[in-house]
Each structure stands twice: as structure tokens, then as C-alpha cells.
Design a binder for this molecule. Structure first.
Ligand code: NAD
Length: 347
């Protein structure tokens, strides 16, 4: 398994492989960049088919966190951790504590947090053996980042609607939301309150029905959402929602959602641009959660300041769209360039 020649290696600062036979831990921590501050990133617990698959995932995600934190203007770098295990079957307090010791051994260069397969309760267990845990909530409140993520997506979406639809409000703007889980449901409520008309979908029909009734929203089948007759498409389910085929058929003129890694292939950003569809870079729009986690680390946490910082995502997105127009580039490319300017100059 090549590491230094791995296609996702991208000059990672440190990659740590950790094992613990008694708990069964097999984990990788990847620290991409710490030039702006310690590398913060979630702990994913997933039954990867191979170590190579786990390594690819952790490297890709860790690099993504550097870009996300830089564009959110946080004093943080990028990192990520994975445990090769089935969270439903293999997750034990012993396993989590062994992971905590691995994190602790890095002396704060990496700060862990929740991600898929790990929960706030798991972070409490890890916290027993290391202080380098983020996202446990402020002042006893829940550490669930999704309301903050949704607020950031809402702010980015308003900017995208201004640029892409030339509209200063959302009254009557039609938005299709793919996935009404933690973030999607909060986003739907913000949009509803702002007067948008919603088309919702989810593979969980019960949750979908409940939210649609609450908001008086239309619903559609999961496979039909990308072709809904709407102004905005908001991917809030899984990654790679924007395949070349989806991008070819999309009726929406604006894309802005919470899902990570929305572009199934790099060429899709240019494909969308060629069709006159404005794509909002995912990691910029969905940074609200990490912004709040970063604030939790500060002694001067004030909710108003956190909210203002998250609302600022709209201004960052404005800047990306302006530069994309000026330089005739896709917003995805411009976002990457801007992020590199920020962490590159700190490097
Ligand atoms: P979630 O699991 O609570 O919600 C995802 C929803 O999508 C679920 O209701 C699920 O049933 C639905 N879904 C899955 N496959 C679908 C499909 N094919 N079609 C329609 N619906 C489908 O997750 P979440 O926390 O709301 O996160 C949503 C996305 O945003 C994820 O990609 C996540 O990585 C990303 N994200 C979340 C946060 C956060 O704060 N939670 C932060 C940044 C990024």
C-alpha cells in the first residue's frame, strides 16, 4: 500500500497508524496541515473493505478539512481519523479509549470530533483519556452541529440565489431538498420561514411525511428529485449526488446544499458552469458546524459572535462567485484557489 506515492497524499504532514490488539483497534489518523492551527476533523468508524480503502478515505477527508477551515477563516488545520470497524458491532468503550490514547499521543496536533459512525456519547468516552476532543457542546448544550451547519447552508444559498437568480429574497423561490435528515430538516424550516416553496425527498418515508406535513411542502420520490422543476437544488443526503448524468438533466439554475463531496467527478463543476448552473462549493456552504466547534474552544464564546461568523459564509460565497465570474472559472476551482492562498500563506 503506497503512502508517499498515494494519489491522495498531497503533502500530508503526518499519518499515524495505530493498533491495539486487546480492544481490536485498527485506526489511521491523517494530519494534512497545521499551519493555521491544530488539525481538527471527525472520527469516522466504518467497516472498510481494506486498509487501502480506509487510507484513501482518511487522506481525502483530512485534506478537505484543511480547505474547509481555511475558507471558514478558522485558526485550525485539517485532519481526520478512521477506525476500521463496524460501529454497530465492534464499537466498545475499550476500543474508543484505545483510540483516545492514540489521539492523546499526538499532543494536540489532531483534535477529534464526531463523524459518521461515531456519536457525541462516543466522544465523551474518548474524552476520559484525552482532552483533544471537540464538539462536545458549549455550556452543557448538545454538541449536535447540524443546526449550525444548516444556518451556514442557508446563508450560502441566499448568496447563490442573489448571484444565480438575481433575486434578493427567497419568497416563492422553489427549492428541492435531497435528504431531510439532521441538516436537511433544519434547512427546510429556514427556507419555509423565508417564503420558499419546497419539494422534499428522503429514502425514509416516515421522516419525510412528517416534515412535509409540518411545512406544507410537496414531496417526490428519491430518484425524481434531481429533475424536479425548481430554481435551487440542495443536496443534503450522501456524497457524489452530482454525477455527469444528473448535471445534464438538472432543471435548477442553482445548486447549494450540505452534503460533502457533491461533485462525483472534477469535470462536473465545468459541466454545470457550461449549462449556466451556479454551483456553490460544498465545503464552503457546510462549514457552519465546524465554525461552532472552533468557537467552543474559545473562552470568549458568545452565541451572537458564532452566528455572525456562520452568516459570514454568505460573504465568502459572494467573493467566490465574483472571482469565478471575473476569471471565467468554476466556483469549485476558485474556492480551492482561495483556500490554498489562505493556508499556503500560513505555511
Ligand atoms: P443525516 O444522516 O441526518 O441525513 C441524511 C438524510 O438523507 C437521511 O434522512 C437519509 O435517510 C437521507 N438519504 C440517504 N440517501 C438518500 C437518497 N438516496 N435520497 C434521498 N435521501 C437520502 O445526515 P446529516 O447530518 O443531515 O448530513 C447530511 C449531509 O451533510 C451528509 O453528506 C453530511 O456528510 C453533510 N454534512 C453534515 C454536517 C452536520 O453538521 N451534520 C456538517 C457538514 C456536512
Amino acid at each position: 500500500m503506497p503512502v508517499f506515492d498515494h494519489p491522495e497524499y498531497d503533502h500530508h504532514q503526518q499519518i499515524v497508524f495505530g493498533g491495539d490488539p486487546s480492544s481490536g483497534l485498527r485506526a489511521i489518523i491523517a494530519i494534512h496541515d497545521t499551519s493555521r492551527g491544530p488539525a481538527l476533523g471527525g472520527l469516522r468508524i466504518y467497516p472498510y473493505a481494506s486498509e487501502a480503502e480506509a487510507l484513501t478515505d482518511v487522506l481525502r477527508l483530512s485534506r478537505g478539512m484543511t480547505y474547509k477551515s481555511a475558507l471558514a477563516d478558522l485558526p485550525l488545520g485539517g485532519g481526520k481519523a478512521v477506525i476500521i470497524a463496524d460501529p454497530r458491532r465492534d464499537k466498545t468503550p475499550e476500543l474508543l479509549r484505545a483510540m483516545g490514547r492514540l489521539v492523546d499521543g499526538l499532543g494536540g496536533a489532531y483534535i477529534t470530533a464526531e463523524d459518521s459512525g461515531s456519536s457525541e456519547a462516543d466522544m465523551q468516552v474518548i474524552r476520559e483519556v484525552t482532552e483533544h476532543v471537540g464538539g462536545l457542546g458549549h455550556d452543557g448544550r448538545s454538541g449536535d452541529p447540524s443546526p449550525f451547519t444548516a444556518l451556514g447552508v442557508f446563508s450560502a444559498l441566499k448568496s447563490a440565489v442573489r448571484h444565480g437568480l438575481d433575486r434578493t429574497d427567497l419568497d416563492g423561490v422553489r427549492v428541492a431538498i435531497q435528504g431531510v435528515g439532521h441538516v436537511g430538516a433544519h434547512l427546510a424550516r429556514h427556507l419555509h420561514d423565508a417564503g420558499a416553496r419546497l419539494v422534499l425527498t428522503d429514502v425514509d418515508g416516515v421522516a419525510l411525511g412528517r416534515l412535509a406535513e409540518e411545512l406544507g411542502a410537496e414531496t417526490t420520490a428519491p430518484e425524481a428529485i434531481t429533475e424536479a422543476d425548481v430554481d435551487v437544488f440542495a443536496p443534503c443526503a450522501m456524497g457524489a449526488a452530482l454525477t455527469p448524468m444528473v448535471s445534464d438533466r438538472l432543471k435548477a439554475r442553482v445548486v447549494c446544499g450540505a452534503a460533502n463531496n457533491q461533485l462525483a467527478a472534477p469535470g462536473v463543476a465545468d459541466q454545470l458552469r457550461a449549462r449556466g448552473i451556479l454551483y456553490t462549493p460544498d465545503y464552503v456552504a457546510n462549514a457552519g458546524g465546524v465554525i461552532e466547534i472552533a468557537w467552543q474552544r474559545r473562552a470568549d464564546y458568545r452565541r451572537e459572535d458564532v452566528m455572525a461568523h456562520i452568516e459570514g459564509i454568505g460573504a465568502t460565497v459572494d467573493e467566490i462567485f465574483r472571482r469565478a465570474d471575473r476569471d471565467d472559472l468554476s466556483p469549485a476551482l476558485v474556492a480551492d484557489e482561495l483556500a490554498r492562498e489562505r493556508f499556503g500563506s500560513a505555511r
